[in-house]
Design a binder for this molecule. Structure first.
Ligand code: ZN
Length: 387
């Protein structure tokens, strides 16, 4: 049995007309068919799996409602949040997540008939979070709809390939939150309250730059260290014991990371210190040891190149005009050469025209009403703002 593609297309049109600010998320969620699942669900890679028979029983509008509902589980990180509080009772959590979503969908008449729980059905007040509902005593319900691993983090046997990467998901969440805020600004009252609160929380500058920076650094570290290769660099133990011959061993190269800090007069020490601490924490979590991290302080010349074990040990020298090109050049002269360079600057600096031979993530620091300078096209860029 194949999927009714016309119905899926009509459902997307209906859904994005109802909630235009969720359009990016609705179109990013691919729909595939798997028979006999008895449900239409979303997985952790934002893929919607539809049982063709179940889809056959509902019309395009109800399908559109389900799409808005299912991508809301993904947008709101219900799977990660379930893991964070150690959810054991998945069915109850599913209903709690549904309730968190549905009081917002009700405003635009988009509550799906198949997953209809609202906070009142759980004996709770509106506008709460799933975590709070989960703590309430469970209320009785008949047949439960399964929203999938995108709701509770537990893979189902009908789910397919991994779908969107965590990095792509974070970009989509950011983009969607920005669209929600924009819609609320243009037409106050057009966006459901809970959804706007979600967008505001996600986009709060503090949370925002940390999430974005984390996504970029994770992505960069994975792409430079993800390849497992066979190498002769470290002789394997088996080889050492049995033969004087060196056998290849499995070697996973961890990158050397350089952090280039703009310490010119226009920089704000406090924000820079926090950004630096954040970068260090991210790299530690990625498995990097301090010996693999170099921090360079730069203005027109490189004032200090130091290997540090803690961001607190960084002395911010310098002052005066900035040239981050000089800092990048110094970073590329380090041996071994770094494969990832993180630059923290206010952006008021010339940049080299050509990309250096390393992955570069640029954090542009912005404080108060100041206008940050532009970032080079060849780098991934994050705007780091003070709250
Ligand atoms: Zn649901």
């Amino acid at each position: 049995m194949t999927l009714d593609q016309h119905k899926v297309a009509a459902a997307r049109v209906w859904a994005t007309a109802r909630m235009p600010y969720l359009a990016h998320a609705v179109f990013a969620a691919r729909v595939r068919a798997v028979e006999d699942t008895g449900t239409i669900s979303i997985d952790q890679g934002w893929t919607i799996t539809a049982d063709p028979a179940v889809l056959g029983e509902i019309d395009a509008v109800e399908t559109g409602r389900l799409m808005l509902h299912l991508v809301s589980h993904a947008l709101r990180d219900h799977a990660e949040r379930a893991a964070a509080i150690g959810v054991e009772h998945k069915g109850w959590w599913n209903r709690c997540g549904d309730a968190e979503i549905n009081d917002d969908l009700r405003v635009v008449d988009a509550v799906p008939r198949s997953a209809p729980d609202r906070p009142a059905d759980l004996g709770c007040a509106d506008n709460g979070l799933a975590e709070a509902y989960y703590g309430a005593p469970e209320t009785a319900q008949g047949r439960r709809w399964d929203c999938g691993s995108g709701c509770d983090g537990e893979s189902r046997d009908w789910e397919g390939d991994p779908g969107l990467s965590r990095h792509q998901q974070e970009l989509l969440q950011n983009r969607t939150a920005a669209d929600v805020q924009e819609a609320a600004e243009r037409d106050p009252g057009s966006v459901p309250e809970g959804l706007l609160r979600w967008a505001d929380a996600l986009r709060t500058s503090r949370v925002d730059w940390r999430r974005a920076l984390a996504a970029e650094i994770r992505h960069a570290v994975a792409s430079v260290s993800g390849n497992v290769d066979y190498t002769y660099r470290k002789p394997s133990r088996r080889g050492a014991a049995a033969h004087p011959v060196i056998l290849p061993s499995l070697h996973r190269p961890l990158p050397l990371v350089a952090v280039v800090c703009d310490t010119s007069g226009s920089m704000h020490d406090d924000l820079l210190a926090r950004a630096l601490a954040e970068v260090e924490a991210l790299l530690t979590r990625a498995g990097l040891r301090s010996a693999q991290l170099r921090v360079l302080a730069v203005d027109t010349q490189v004032h200090a190149v130091s290997t540090v074990t803690s961001a607190r040990q960084v002395t911010l020298a310098g002052g005066g005009g900035t040239d981050m090109g000089a800092g990048l050049e110094a970073a590329m002269r380090l041996r071994p050469r770094p494969s990832l360079v993180v630059v923290l600057t206010d952006g008021h600096t010339p940049w080299p025209r050509k990309a250096p031979r390393a992955k570069v993530v640029v954090g542009i620091l912005k404080e108060g009403g100041g206008v940050p300078g532009p970032a080079p096209e060849w780098a991934r860029t994050i705007l780091i703002e003070d709250a």
